[in-house]
Ligand binder design. Structure first.
Ligand code: 2BA
Length: 111
């Protein structure tokens, strides 16, 4: 058994969730916030049998927009501290896709 944490964009969350439901894959949807952009994102916590991990990866690939570069104005890039000459400097970040962690599960019970 594995536990997958997938950090995805909010706008990809509904399609991804629908696809998981369709496949009878259980998951918990968590509202999360990216540490760098400090923007809302979605974290899916998915408990899954080892042999279905690849199926989950395919669902994520199919439903999460491809990574692309975007320019943002990041007042938080300085850690929230106003630095006058840096505070509004545009920077390039990669967005989209999914950031996925796969963990071994020691035990799994429904009590
Ligand atoms: P954020 O932390 O808001 O990061 C959004 C995007 O900003 C990142 O996309 C990356 O392209 C860029 N970025 C992050 N830190 C940066 C930095 N120090 N300098 C320049 N650019 C930076 P992703 O890597 O796809 O990450 C998307 C979201 O996944 C992250 O949102 C965070 O919520 C989560 N995440 C990424 N890496 C993680 C990690 N090692 N552990 C836990 N969560 C992670």
């Amino acid at each position: 058994m594995k536990l997958i944490f997938a950090v995805i964009r909010d706008k990809d969350a509904n399609d991804t969730a629908a696809s998981l439901v369709e496949r009878h894959i259980g998951f918990t949807k968590l509202a999360s916030t990216g540490g760098f952009l400090r923007d809302g994102n979605t974290t899916l916590m998915i408990g899954i049998e080892d042999h279905r991990v690849e199926e989950v990866m395919e669902v994520l690939k199919d439903n999460c927009a491809k990574r692309s570069e975007m320019e943002i104005v990041a007042p938080h890039a300085t850690g929230g501290v106003p630095v006058w000459n840096l505070g509004y400097t545009p920077i390039k970040v990669e967005v989209g896709g999914a950031t996925v962690f796969v963990l071994d599960v020691a035990d799994y019970k429904k009590l």
